[in-house]
Design a protein around this ligand. Structure first.
Ligand SMILES: CC(C)(COP(=O)(O)OP(=O)(O)OC[C@H]1O[C@@H](n2cnc3c(N)ncnc32)[C@H](O)[C@@H]1OP(=O)(O)O)[C@@H](O)C(=O)NCCC(=O)NCCSC(=O)CCCCCCCCCCCCCCC(=O)O
Ligand SMILES: Cc1cc2nc3c(=O)[nH]c(=O)nc-3n(C[C@H](O)[C@H](O)[C@H](O)COP(=O)(O)OP(=O)(O)OC[C@H]3O[C@@H](n4cnc5c(N)ncnc54)[C@H](O)[C@@H]3O)c2cc1C
Length: 669
């Protein structure tokens, strides 16, 4: 990051308007601008400003308060906005090469405005990876076939029946003209060659009418993200040229012979699915961004909204209540920890793609692919669930105002919801992470490490299993080293228990399939969650304890790290006691009291902490979350902008004239 002093704050990070939030802003222990520069750096802040102000000045992105858009209109507007994003082309190739992290920030800035155009845009950019994989979770079971016809040098794409139809596909409902279709490949000798992807034209590019043999349409209204047209498709002997096989894992010669540089079928399957890791990394960051949006709204609201007080004539901000602090501030800490983790995961992914682009065939490159897969298969569940719970908590924390659509918490919650499902259902994905961890069990007696070091903790497996909770006071627990040690034990313990459980299941005669399924709840699933929480915490602990962090910022960052660690760990207290890491009343009590103390210490910093990441008012688009904190003026301003707010309803005669005759229909029942 650029040094603090050389930057003109006025142009880069202007002061917030004066208002009711000033009271808390003055109490903050640190300078929010210094924090923003530390976390993002001047270059990224400039990029964010550029994107935010482009959207704010563009009439196409104007908000329509008080207006209900039909789904058709919203889809049209989303498409126009998506086209406009291509016109803006916010980043040059050179900028991306110099700092790939800029793509990540660009996506999240657009998403903060609305996820529908953002995802539509992303899907158009990433057409090579993300269209028509669907057979649900079990990709191996996809039933669409691609049979090579060497007489015409074409593949014939076929959907056997409607249950095998592609469903849910983003952009396919109304407008996609081409799709990447995952299908089971058959060569002319009748041999089955496994899952491959093919580029298939589905609509005419001049008329948007379906190509003969393709049945394509819109799947209907969803719980959220309704600007996006999700669709279905079925293929009836649709012929595509030979060149349209996307030969990631294998190819077919003109004579119809199959060839692949990857001999093992299982490896080919992993290669075919490898690109899903980038989507899962993006979704991890999308969910973390939803945390930022929800908390910006709920914390600003809580700092201004007053209820009850020590005397009848004095009401205090709801943020002063222990309950409100405990409900919101751990999510604020999680936002900071996950924000750091997302950036580090994106860097890991960049290294992986650099290896692919330079055609690395090393063992390290293969190990990186496996480790990234294991990381994002658990970070997507962790972050999307955290954001989902946080959005609901923030909604309730804002009371009735949180339920008003204009304040956006419902939209954030509903738009975040599918992050738990797409690119792999969370519960299904966690199994991939635990499989990866379990696969290390046989290495435990020899020295080993993974490229990003996330499983190196297992090198001390036997030793760590003997560790105990040793803190002697609440104050002892106020550093993230305490939950981190507990997490290391937890991962080793759950790994041992999962492995033992699997062996027992097999010994009792269960098939591998059954045995694995019976080891998920309380074992493998908990293991994957504990592992990813430990990894997030480890990275954030190392960052916040780095001696290069300015001394003006380190105390608050350390508090956030400790709170995130203890709060996450507190959900595993039962296992810590069950496995003998903790014993006696004190351990649990210390952890609980440390959480409350950290919440109390952070409450005066909370507004400044959200000021660091909250987007401008236009983007946040929530009257109760505005930076001026003028809660009531902002709400009234928005309510009165509704075109029909003060109108008599169009159906007023039904009330005033066509009155019901009580009991008129009774005899007809
Ligand atoms: C993972 C599965 C559940 C696999 O299940 P199986 O039981 O059949 O197989 P195995 O567990 O035995 O696996 C075999 C082997 O393969 C390895 N593997 C599996 N996946 C990967 C992977 N991704 N990378 C590396 N390796 C992998 C596995 O570890 C095994 O190896 P070992 O033998 O060594 O142990 C699978 O069936 C599955 O993934 N299911 C989920 C299906 C799924 O995810 N579908 C997604 C559909 S697309 C979708 O939903 C899109 C939604 C749109 C969302 C938009 C939001 C955000 C925008 C994102 C945009 C992305 C932009 C990115 C840029 C770009 O890509 O260019
Ligand atoms: C908004 C949205 C957009 C989407 N966009 C696309 C897209 O663009 N392209 C695309 O290809 N797909 C897309 N999808 C589909 C998405 O990838 C799938 O919904 C997802 O992979 C889950 O599969 P499923 O819906 O078949 O769930 P299922 O697999 O039917 O899961 C149902 C339930 O069964 C459980 N379950 C399944 N298998 C197991 C198991 N082995 N062990 C334990 N429990 C299990 C799951 O946890 C879940 O609770 C989209 C979905 C949504 C919601």
């Amino acid at each position: 990051p650029a040094p603090f002093k050389s930057i003109s704050w006025e142009s880069l990070l202007p002061d917030f308007p004066k208002g009711p939030l000033c009271k808390y802003r003055k109490k903050a222990s640190f300078n929010w601008k210094e924090m923003a520069v530390l976390l993002d750096g001047k270059d990224i802040i400039q990029l964010k400003n550029r994107i935010f102000s482009a959207l704010e000045s563009d009439p196409l992105f104007v908000h329509h308060p008080g207006e209900e858009l039909s789904r058709e209109k919203y889809q049209e507007l989303t498409f126009l906005r998506c086209k406009r994003l291509f016109e803006y082309d916010f980043l040059t190739q050179q900028e991306i090469i110099e700092n790939p992290l800029k793509i990540f920030h660009m996506v999240l800035c657009i998403g903060m405005y609305d996820w529908s155009p953002c995802i539509q845009y992303l899907l158009h950019c990433a057409v090579s990876t993300h269209l028509v994989i669907r057979h649900g979770s079990n990709t191996k079971g996809i039933r669409t076939t691609a049979t090579f016809d060497h007489n015409t040098q074409e593949f014939i794409i076929n959907t056997p029946d409607f249950e095998a139809a592609k469903f849910w596909i983003g952009n396919m409902g109304k407008h996609a003209t081409h799709a990447v279709v995952y299908a089971q490949l058959y060569t002319p000798d009748g041999q089955y060659q496994g899952l491959h992807s093919f580029l298939v034209q589905i609509r005419d590019i001049k008329t948007l009418l379906p190509i003969p043999g393709v049945v394509v349409g819109d799947i209907g209204k969803k719980i959220g993200q309704n600007g996006l047209d999700n669709g279905f498709a079925m293929f009836h002997n649709v012929r595509i040229p030979k060149e349209n096989i996307l030969n990631i894992a294998g190819d077919v010669t003109a004579e119809g012979k199959y060839s692949s540089s990857v001999k093992d079928v299982k490896e080919r399957f992993s290669a075919a699915l490898g690109s899903l890791s980038s989507g899962r990394t993006v979704i991890t960051a999308v969910s973390m961004t939803n945390l930022k949006l929800a908390l910006s709204i709920a914390i600003r609201f809580s700092a201004v909204r007053c209820q009850f007080g020590p005397t009848d004539d004095e009401e205090i901000p709801v943020l002063e209540y222990q309950t409100q602090q405990w409900r919101l501030l751990p999510y604020l800490a999680a936002t900071y920890a996950l924000d750091y983790f997302c950036k580090s995961l994106f860097e890991n992914l960049t290294e992986f793609y650099l290896g692919l682009l330079t055609k690395q065939r090393s063992q390290r490159q293969a190990d990186i692919g496996r480790e990234i897969h294991a990381l994002c298969a658990a970070s997507k569940p962790l972050t999307s669930w955290t954001a989902q719970q946080a959005a609901q908590e923030c909604r309730e924390a804002c009371g009735g105002h949180g339920y008003l659509a204009m304040n956006r918490l419902g939209e954030i919650r509903n738009d975040n919801d599918p992050n738990c499902t797409y690119e792999g259902d969370n519960n299904v994905l966690l199994q991939q992470t635990s499989n990866y961890l379990m696969s290390w069990m046989h290495c435990i007696r020899v020295p080993f490490e993974s490229p990003f070091g996330t499983i190196n903790v297992l090198q001390d497996y036997h030793h760590i299993l003997d560790w105990k909770f040793t803190a002697m006071s609440v104050e002892d627990c106020m550093d993230s080293s305490v939950p981190l040690a507990a997490y290391k034990w937890l991962v080793c313990y759950l790994l041992r228990e999962s492995d033992l459980k699997l062996s027992k299941e097999k010994q009792s005669g269960r098939s591998d399939f059954e045995a694995k399924n019976n080891c998920q709840v309380y074992y493998c699933r908990s293991l994957a969650i504990a592992f990813i929480e430990q990894t997030v915490l480890q990275r954030y602990h190392d960052y916040t304890h780095d001696p290069d962090i300015p001394s003006t910022l380190q105390p608050v960052l350390k508090n956030l790290s400790a709170l995130y660690g203890l709060w996450s760990l507190s959900k595993h207290l039962a296992v810590l006691y069950q496995g003998g890491y903790a014993s006696g009343e004190q351990a649990g009590r210390f952890i609980q009291n440390a959480i409350l103390e950290l919440c109390y210490r952070l409450k005066d910093d909370a507004v400044a902490l959200v000021d660091v990441f909250a987007p401008p008012d236009f983007i946040l688009n929530s009257p109760i979350g505005k930076a001026n904190g003028e809660l009531y003026k902002n709400i009234w301003g928005e309510v009165l902008q509704g075109s029909k707010t003060l109108n008599r309803p169009s159906w007023w005669t039904e009330f005033c004239i066509n009155r019901p005759v009580a009991g008129r229909l009774k005899s007809k029942l």
